[in-house]
Design a protein around this ligand. Structure first.
Ligand code: FSX
Ligand code: SF4
Ligand code: F3S
Length: 391
């Protein structure tokens, strides 16, 4: 952000008021906007527009529905360690109906929902958490005497935008696991269209916050993939951002929980990690604001693919992931470079060019996947790339 713009924004009345409201410094808030803009890949200047929008624009009315789920989506947002996150989320939106957070209950709560829908017709944001049971005329989930199917359709009819939060609302999630006795379906399936969704069980609260701030700033939701997931958060495979990726490429795998490879932080592919077939930004954004490695793979557990339809809660946890769009490197750097004997970049490039067909890469990958977790003996001389490829 340009220095002048920062100074201008720091003295903006809206930001001064926001500072008092949230107890967060203006600088801290502007840094958060910069981080959100960068995460979403927005052009320079977007962070200033976002900060101004949060500070000055009328907060969009939000109706938040709960169906078949564990309330983990809401919990993950409100129990975030970062002192400002939940305050910010609640400050950016005007939460006019939310069954978990509402003090009102019964008829009062339902009246509040209908009043908010009427007052903000065509403009409110409908957030759907949880899957919708569709079997047996939807009788497995009723609120105020109305089935989840009817309530969703009624609320979506006059909404400015509908967002599905969590895997349950995005693609059925855990409630839709075989044999799916209630016919649990996604919000999009019930509404008959692709809607923007933030999958994850639970989803990352920053992805939700960034999506809502984008809506507030630009009046539209961010660009999505064909499944409705914002590209800024679900545009890349987990495997591509994983800190254990170098171990995968070099063929170093944990084979059992607690074995030497596992203790050394090797790749979890052979324990069933679904990172190679799951799109999400977990390794980049992390969870809970507790620092490095605070995501499933970082803590030593394989990714179960919770953001991915057909993977999470569908594919057995121990089953091997399909390797999608993965092109392994054609050569590995030496661990100990001998003075004057190292391969030059030109030589490596030549080797790569000779070996360079995709088939060569695939063969290398197949070889590495066949390797055991046996750690390299640190006392023995380091193997050179050619030796490793042959072993
Ligand atoms: Fe739970 Fe939300 Fe999982 Fe589902 O998150 S964390 S079961 S995605 O709908 O509450
Ligand atoms: Fe990381 Fe899993 Fe990929 Fe291994 S398979 S690099 S642990 S995402
Ligand atoms: Fe879910 Fe895998 Fe991320 S299990 S939270 S998609 S690392």
């Amino acid at each position: 952000m340009k220095k002048q713009k920062i100074e201008m924004l720091e003295n903006h009345d809206g930001l001064v008021a926001l500072e008092k409201r949230l107890g967060v410094s203006r600088r801290e808030f502007l840094q958060l906007c910069s981080a959100m803009a960068a995460t979403m890949g927005l052009p320079s200047g977007a962070e200033a527009a976002m900060a101004e929008a949060v500070a000055t624009k009328k907060r969009p009315s939000v109706i938040w529905l709960h169906f078949q789920e564990c309330t983990g989506c809401t919990e993950s947002m409100l129990r975030a360690e970062h002192p400002t996150l939940e305050k910010l989320i609640l400050d950016v939106i005007s939460l006019d109906y939310h069954e978990t957070l509402f003090a009102a209950a019964g008829h009062q709560a339902e009246a509040a929902r209908r009043d908010a829908m009427k007052a903000n017709k065509g403009k409110y944001l409908l957030v759907v958490e949880g899957a919708i049971p569709t079997k047996d005329k939807g009788i497995y989930c009723k609120i105020g005497g109305q089935t989840a199917v009817d309530m969703l359709k009624e609320c979506a009819a006059d909404a400015g935008a509908v967002i599905a939060i969590g895997s349950c609302a995005s693609w059925g999630g855990m409630p839709s696991t075989n044999p799916n006795p209630t016919g649990a379906s996604s919000a999009g399936e019930v509404l008959g269209k692709v809607i923007p969704n933030i999958p994850g069980c639970p989803p990352n609260p920053y992805n939700f916050l960034s999506t809502v701030v984008h809506y507030l700033t630009f009046g539209k939701l961010p660009e999505v993939d064909k499944l409705g997931r914002p590209l800024f958060a679900y545009g890349r495979l987990i495997h591509d951002n994983c800190e254990r990726r170098a171990h995968f490429d070099a063929g170093r795998f944990a084979m059992e929980f607690g074995d030497e490879g596992h203790r050394k932080g090797y790749c979890l592919y052979k324990l069933g990690c679904k990172g190679p077939e799951t799109y999400a930004n977990c390794p980049a954004v992390l969870f809970g604001d507790v620092g490095n490695a605070s995501w499933p793979v970082g803590t030593g557990h394989p990714c179960i693919g919770c953001t991915e339809k057909g993977i999470g809660f569908a594919k057995p946890i121990h089953a091997l992931a399909d390797l999608k769009n993965i092109v392994p490197p054609l050569s590995f750097p030496r661990i100990v470079e001998e003075q004057g004997k190292g391969a030059s970049i030109g030589a490596l490039a030549l080797t790569a060019a000779i070996a360079g067909a995709a088939a060569g890469g695939a063969a290398m990958l197949a070889k590495n996947l066949g390797k055991s977790h046996c750690p390299e003996n640190s006392d023995a001389p380091a193997k050179q790339p050619e030796e490793r490829a042959e072993s």
